[in-house]
Design a protein around this ligand. Structure first.
Ligand code: GLN
Ligand code: ZN
Length: 758
């Protein structure tokens, strides 16, 4: 085989890249706006990598992932590495600009589609592969990072996305057949990559195959065997670690174990180690045990982990300790949170703390418990403190749920509700609306910062936000939109805004996690029972409504999305936590209704995201998630119109679920997929109001009137006019005011043109 591949003992599967203070985001955005040149951006990127590696080395990791850094997205990096670059950007001369064009589009070029990375809130760019795509290896980026690591003396383990996951995550275009058929073309590229990495001095390489934790058919499983047998047989190569994460390998495990690879990383945070025991082939492999949860932020129960790890030593030749997945999904360090109370602080572990947990466990495994006695004791104490915290149980919310928890549906059928609602609202056919947010201008950010820093009083803040609302209302009236929104200026984020007002949540100051490209979110920590003490949105919405004769939508985030975009307590079933959040939202809808608001939108963009990766788990998930949404939205009268909004996903698998939400109107992402969703909804017998997004808000491109009108005509083939709404794909907060105005003007013009045709 290969080299002297002494197995390592402690590692993580990948690292966060955005920077502890979002340095990368700032540098990339500066580059986009022309304030920073290419070498400046490269220097920031190199420094961030060096800082990460150096922290990981001092923590004691003896193998460090290199290549998980990215200027936008690791799937896009892989597409560029394998030559799967769309023709429409190929002509852009500079490599970096070509890369960013594929990611975000330009004035003349549409970007790649973006979708969720498995069941996380990270979005990747979907590579397009057509019959004309000629795969070609370009390992420049990876080799440069490996070289940088070697210069710094880092024990580097290059990481690449594997061919099976790459193809399964891509989209066939131009009549391309099943993508996995093309895996044979990729294998030689990986073979030569292995040689190049070996030449560069790598002793191990990590090939990520998270797709292997999803349901695979026999063709897929055969591909696993063929690909990894072939790569395992390569003579001139580093030792190969195939990494799985986000779930259990199931039938893919014995397949992988029987090939000539050297190690397998398994996710032990999402399931038990039992399945490993009946795979005898593991006896000559390195098992990288992902026992420290890479996706949630609770401190590890070290004792329990140690027991699992010791058991595992009977199964595998060698056991290394790791996180269950890349640390891309958690913030950098708990140390940056200065407002945390002492109790809560000791329950938490972010990236840096998890790296130390990994090392502690690896040390215990090699040197015995005594070597880490202090760490074990402190982990035990933390668990006890957490269990005893009174905030974990609130008798009132539990009693309230007992009382209304069975109300999970509106009493009148949707078609009848449509009648009373239309009588109240009097909207034109094909009503136009937007999804909620308007551009978050620098004025808004300044006001928020001023308030936080104590430079202005709450009253002045409210005054400034109302001025923003005035502007957004005036703009919408000028544009001629039918159903208005207040623009969400007071919301830093659609989940955090609510988390800050609900008991049971802690909103971090610095817990940034990359969502896509340069966009980061700060998922709040849902640690205890959730309760609402007072209305959260009513003042803003009623103020906005007072400024216009058109209806203004109340705007809430749904329980599933609040859960999906938070770090959620792991000491009770998700379903129970979802119901508590749903109850709080339900109370808010009732307050909005009593305040005279006649349309309430409850956003659930993450409904699809939490869908389990395995078919066997799906029904149970849909049961509780739909149940929570219905609990949240069924407290209102028939003539109050409930809207929901879904986006960022392939909805194929949840079409029935969308109908079961029973929202009067569903606005849904559709522009990038050219309204395909409507045909699916129609086939599923969906008969509620629907607003398929008519243009993509992720790109700065302004859609033309004709382009929108033709999408609308297409939509009208699948949906009768009385159920069709017109809106963009999603909220407008990340867009510039100029683009927004032009795009919406074109949308309203298209609506008028098409109305005239029906
Ligand atoms: N109402 C939210 C907004 O417009 C919805 C955002 C989302 O779907 N992600 O910003
Ligand atoms: Zn959206």
């Amino acid at each position: 085989m290969s080299v002297s591949t002494a197995p390592f003992t402690a590692t993580v599967l990948g690292s966060a890249r955005i920077g502890p203070n979002r340095e990368l985001k700032k540098a990339i955005e500066a580059y986009w706006s022309g304030r920073l040149e290419r070498p400046g951006l490269a220097a920031v990127a190199a420094q961030l990598r060096a800082d990460t590696w150096s922290r990981q080395r001092s923590a004691g990791l003896d193998s460090i992932p290199v290549g998980t850094f990215s200027l936008y997205d690791h799937v896009l990096d892989t597409a560029f590495m394998l030559g799967a670059v769309p023709e429409r950007v190929a002509g852009i001369p500079n490599h970096l600009d070509r890369y960013f064009a594929a990611a975000r589009g330009t004035a003349s070029v549409a970007p790649l589609e973006m979708t969720k990375w498995f069941d996380t809130n990270y979005h990747y760019l979907v590579p397009e592969i057509g019959p004309d795509t000629v795969f070609r290896l370009d390992a420049t980026r990876l080799l440069a990072e490996v070289a940088q690591a070697h210069t710094l003396g880092v024990p580097a383990r290059p990481v690449v996305l594997g061919p099976i996951t790459f193809l399964k995550s891509s989209k066939p275009v131009d009549g391309q057949g099943p993508l996995l058929d093309r895996v044979d073309e990729l294998v030689p590229l990986y073979v030569s990559l292995l040689g190049r990495l070996r030449d560069a001095g790598a002793s191990w390489v990590q090939i990520d195959e998270p797709a292997l934790v999803t349901d695979l058919d026999d063709t897929d499983l055969d591909a696993v065997t063929v690909v990894y047998q072939r790569l395992g047989e390569v003579r001139h190569r580093p030792a190969i670690l195939v990494a799985s994460y986000f779930g259990q390998l199931g039938p893919a495990l014995p397949r992988l174990a029987r090939t000539a690879i050297d190690g397998i990383a398994v996710d032990l945070a999402s399931g038990s180690a039992d399945s490993l025991t009946d795979v005898p082939e593991l006896a000559d492999k390195l098992v990288v045990a992902g026992i420290v949860d890479g996706r949630n932020i609770w401190r590890n129960d070290l004792e329990q982990s140690l027991t699992t790890l010791i058991g595992l030593r009977n199964t595998a030749a060698t056991v290394a300790v790791s996180t269950s997945c890349s640390l891309l999904h958690v913030p950098y360090t708990v140390v940056a949170e200065t407002r945390l109370d002492k109790s809560l602080r000791c329950w938490l572990a972010f990236g840096a703390e998890k790296e130390r947990e990994v090392v502690t466990l690896a040390t215990a495994l090699s040197d015995g418990r005594d070597a880490v006695a202090d760490a074990l004791a402190s982990s035990r104490t933390a668990a006890a403190v957490r269990r005893g915290d009174p905030r974990l149980r609130n008798a009132q919310v539990r009693a309230d749920l007992g009382a209304v928890g069975h109300h999970r549906g509106r009493s009148t059928p949707a078609a009848e509700r449509r009648g009373v609602q239309q009588a109240r609202l009097g909207l034109p056919v094909l009503p136009t609306t937007t999804i909620g947010s308007y551009p978050q201008t620098s004025r808004i950010r300044i006001a928020r910062a001023d308030l936080r820093a104590g430079r202005i009083e709450q009253a002045e803040y409210v005054h400034r936000m109302r001025a923003e609302i005035d502007d957004v209302i005036a703009l919408q009236e000028e544009l001629g939109l039918d159903v208005l929104v207040h623009g969400e200026p007071e919301r830093n984020d659609m989940v955090q805004y609510f988390a800050e007002q609900l008991d049971g949540f802690f909103a971090t100051d610095n817990g940034w996690v990359q969502s896509y490209g340069t966009r980061c979110v700060r998922p709040p920590i849902l640690y205890g029972d959730v309760t609402r003490n007072s209305p959260m949105t009513v003042d803003w919405i009623t103020y906005a409504q007072s400024q216009s004769a058109n209806p203004v939508k109340g705007m809430l985030t749904g329980p599933v999305t609040i859960l999906a975009w938070s770090f959620v307590r792991d000491d009770q079933p998700l379903a129970d936590t979802a119901d508590q959040v749903a109850l709080a939202i339900r109370q808010e809808t009732i307050d909005l209704e009593n305040a005279g608001v006649d349309i309430i939108q409850v956003d659930e963009p993450a409904l699809r995201e939490l869908l389990p990766l395995r078919a066997a788990d799906k029904d149970a998930y849909l049961e509780w998630s739909i149940g929570a949404f219905r609990l949240a939205t069924s407290g209102v009268r028939d003539d109050t119109q409930i809207h929901t909004h879904l986006c960022y996903s392939e909805f194929g698998e949840v079409i029935d679920a969308i109908a079961r939400l029973d929202a009067d109107v569903t606005s849904i992402e559709a522009a990038r997929s050219h309204m395909e969703i409507l045909t699916d909804l129609d086939a599923a017998g969906f008969d509620l109001g629907v607003g398929p997004g008519v243009y993509d808000i992720h790109s700065p491109r302004v859609p033309s009137v004709e382009e929108i009108a033709s999408l609308l005509r297409k939509a009208l083939i699948a949906v009768p006019a009385e159920r069709l709404w017109i809106n963009p794909d999603c909220g407008l907060k990340t867009r510039g005011p100029g683009e927004v105005k032009e795009s919406l003007a074109n949308m309203v013009a298209a609506a008028k043109a098409v109305r005239a045709e029906i």
